[in-house]
Design a protein around this ligand. Structure first.
Ligand code: BJW
Length: 242
């Protein structure tokens, strides 16, 4: 494939999928770091509705700890570069993030879609309203909307439907370029987006520290830390604008 040149390839609409690798250099552990374990529990065994049913205290403690931790972290140059792209790119752009932190927004990005939910929201299972939430949930506080003690983390757990899938598929259908950054390609449906994009003739680029599980599907892969390869790519694509 030729270089990702906005002019020669006529790129106008871009979909970017981000994963934990984008936030790694901000000090937020990726999911498969540490063997995917938390206090000897597999992440897959904590991030499920069944785990919440079985042992709500364990699950709430896990998310309270992580909600507190992300508030002490700062965006890194990869978030900054994507925010710059969002500001300066005049075509369609959608940053679909699997990340549940708010570092894309804190860097200034606006066109962001959180397909796996957000740590800084609590979701009331009684009235179905999501409220911004920066504190803890372990003490079972009342929902600010309906007063019921029925709040859970606004996180898409295994077996639940990720958010806004129709919007994501529409954006991929209309894209000229699909870029996947810092995700292992281990979790579906996000892991399948590259194949969806390719089957529609969309150009595909992977930016990652190491090759992901679906790396062979991409037209091009660039390896390195997100804090350097993402700003380089953003500089390149903005420099090649029409
Ligand atoms: C760097 C870097 C640096 C590091 N610079 N890069 C069997 C087969 C196929 C599918 C299934 C199956 N059994 C069940 C399923 C479905 C299931 C699934 O995929 N399971 C897999 C384990 C197989 N999926 C679901 O259940 C999803 N729902 C669903 O499928 O609904 C039905 C449906 C069908 C069709 C259409 C629509 C819907 C829901 C998935 C929910 C995922 N939730 C989590 C946890 C919530 C967040 C939380 O608890 O905090 O979301 S899981 C976890 O994985 C988290 C992440 O968003 C997600 C992806 O992880 P990510 O971001 O890729 O991180 P890592 O750690 O895996 O990788 C880090 C990457 O960074 C690596 O590549 C490094 O190289 C890189 N890196 N440092 C650049 N400095």
């Amino acid at each position: 494939m030729g270089d990702m040149n906005g002019k020669s390839n006529g790129i106008r609409n871009i979909v970017i999928l981000t994963g934990a690798g984008v936030s790694a250099e901000s000090g937020i552990d990726t999911f498969r770091d540490g063997g995917g374990l938390w206090e000897q529990h597999r992440v897959e065994d904590v991030a499920t509705p069944e785990a919440f049913e079985r042992d709500p205290e364990l699950v709430l403690r896990f998310y309270d700890m992580r909600r507190e931790a992300i508030q002490t972290k700062e965006p890194n140059p990869a978030h900054d570069a994507l925010a710059r792209l969002d500001r300066e790119w005049s075509g369609e752009l959608l940053i679909v993030t699997q990340n549940v932190d708010d570092l894309h927004e804190r860097a200034g990005a606006r066109r962001v879609l959180h397909m796996h939910g957000e740590h800084l929201n609590a979701w009331c299972t009684a009235c179905d309203v999501r409220s911004r939430w920066t504190g803890t949930l372990i003490e079972r506080p009342a929902c600010p909307e309906c007063g019921e003690a029925a709040l859970r983390p606004d996180i898409v757990w295994f077996g639940e439907m990720p958010y806004r899938m129709d919007e994501i598929f529409t954006a991929i259908r209309e894209a000229d370029l699909f870029v996947s950054i810092g995700t292992s390609g281990a979790v579906y449906p996000a892991a399948g987006f590259v194949r969806d994009a390719k089957s529609l003739g969309v150009e595909t680029l992977e930016l990652n520290l190491e090759r992901s599980q679906g790396s062979h599907w991409f037209d091009e892969t660039r390896l390195g830390p997100a804090s350097s390869i993402v700003p380089d790519w953003v500089e390149e694509i903005l420099g090649n604008r029409d």
